[in-house]
Write a protein that binds this ligand. Structure first.
Ligand code: UDX
Length: 445
């Protein structure tokens, strides 16, 4: 929304949330305190905030005044009841739609922005049409394809913008209204107009295809470790085939983030609910492979350290699910740490952006042990030297650039010998580290 405000100074954008603390943080004069860390975001907020970008807790007024409402509420995977562990929880979408229906006195275009399973626009439309007002609603699907860490750059120059709407004269008019907004900075040929279902499903399918590429190359990484092949060389060789392409072929400790797993689970759930068992199983395997990759990485550490981690200090570099973000949702680091903790390791984490409270929260959520045990066994430190001092092994779990520029000779001297480095992102120069007598284990090589 901040980018829309920045690119369209004539449009007033009000971001509302019931969480007063969060809104206060968005209004904080100190831009370093914005609730989300994203390169370039604070510059966008600095330019537009107070001019035509506002943050408020007054949800009702904002609904009444708006001509267009973007619904960007959370759609976590259900943790209870029917569809538990797979289906998206539409509770917040529904509450939000009910509130719009209650407050609206004039016609509105409602844009669903959250990642949603197909047919949600229809559910929103049904709720909106069962209300007291005479106001008319058009529901559009406009899925977000930005990736964290590059969100602002992705929004400035998106590969495409997708707008799905009802194929009626009113629906097409609403699609045009939203197209006009994006057209302020996105070339029109990159703005795709579709029916609602294609738009909703495209988001899930795009993420499923991206995740599938990572699981595919990660499956090959396991094979490479058994042979003389090197997964980075394979990725380069196959990526240069223009039919395959080079992106999203980086073997890793496993993908994380708020979207891939959740969207695939939604795809699986929808397919299964239509009786398409084979389709559901096919996509579910992308997740199974990802779980296998995280488990395999942890198991590798355990076996290299003589099958016992009891009382051993392991340094984890990185906790975020990827670099340049403080987001830790579904981060591979959480699961790797959990396996190591099961082996009674002492885990020391260094991540430039993630606070200790988040690390403990992530581990508590797994329920593998008590919160007290997590706090006793897992420590966040403020620099890498503290993390590696006296450590039996270092594991790189996020590809933060600063990890590449460390003086690894100095770090290795601080470690227990032989010094083991498990590079879960293949970001270090392994030959150079081996020349320093460091025992290096990468992914797929
Ligand atoms: C993703 C989609 O890219 C984006 O279009 C969608 O809107 C939201 O979901 P995001 O989750 O922010 O974005 O990050 P992304 O860059 O896709 O990375 C996801 C995970 O895959 C990360 O853990 C990343 O480290 C991992 N990854 C990515 C790999 O392991 N290898 C790769 O080659 C690429």
């Amino acid at each position: 929304m901040a980018v829309i405000a920045q690119k369209c100074p004539h449009i007033n954008v009000t971001v509302v949330d019931v969480n007063a603390e969060r809104i206060a943080a968005w209004n904080d004069t100190e831009l370093a305190n914005l609730p989300i860390y994203e390169p370039g975001l604070k510059e966008v907020v600095a330019e537009a905030r107070g001019r035509n970008l506002f943050f408020s807790t007054d949800v009702a007024s904002a609904i009444r005044e708006a001509e267009m409402i973007f619904m960007s509420v959370n759609t976590p995977t259900k943790t209870y009841g029917n569809g538990k562990g797979q289906a998206a929880d539409l509770k917040y979408i529904e509450l939000c739609a009910r509130q719009i229906a209650k407050e609206a006195t004039t016609d509105k275009i409602v844009v669903e922005k959250s990642t949603l399973p197909v047919r949600t626009a229809q559910a929103i439309k049904t709720i909106l049409s069962n209300n007291q007002t005479t106001a008319k609603f058009q529901v559009l699907s406009n899925p977000e394809f930005l990736a964290e860490g590059t969100a602002v750059a992705d929004l400035f120059a998106p590969d495409r913008v997708l707008i799905g709407g009802e194929q009626s004269p009113e629906g097409l008019e609403a699609i045009e209204a939203l197209t006009d907004i994006y057209a302020h900075w996105v070339p029109r040929e990159r703005i795709l107009q579709t029916n609602v279902w294609s738009s909703e499903l495209s988001k899930l399918v795009a993420n499923a295809f991206l995740a599938q590429r990572i699981s595919s190359i990660n499956s090959i990484s396991a094979l490479c470790e058994k042979t003389e092949a090197n997964v980075d060389e394979i990725a380069k060789a196959i990526g240069m085939d223009s039919r395959i392409g080079s992106k999203f072929l980086k073997a890793s400790v496993g993908f994380g983030g708020s979207c891939f797993q959740k969207d695939i689970l939604n795809l699986v759930y929808i397919s299964r609910s239509y009786g398409l068992e084979e389709v559901a199983d096919y996509w579910e395997h992308v997740i199974d492979l990802n779980d296998y990759q995280k488990r395999r990485f942890a198991q590798h550490i355990i076996s290299k350290l003589n099958n016992t981690l009891s009382g051993k200090k392991i340094a984890l570099l990185g906790w975020a699910f990827k670099k340049d973000t403080n987001d830790t949702r579904e981060s591979a680091a959480i699961y790797v740490a959990d396996y190591l903790l099961n082996e009674q390791a002492e885990v020391y984490v260094y991540d430039p952006k993630v606070p200790e409270s988040q690390i403990h929260k992530d581990l508590d959520y797994l329920n593998s042990r008590s919160p007290e045990e997590n706090r006793a066994q897992v420590h966040k430190v403020i620099d890498v030297e503290q993390a590696v001092s006296g450590a039996h092994a270092v594991a790189i779990l996020t590809e933060w650039d600063e990890f590449k520029s460390y003086d690894w000779q100095k770090l290795s001297n601080l470690m227990m010998q032989p010094a083991f480095v498990f590079d879960g992102r293949n970001i270090l120069d392994h030959d150079a580290l081996r020349a320093l007598d460091i025992q290096v284990c990468g992914i797929g090589k």
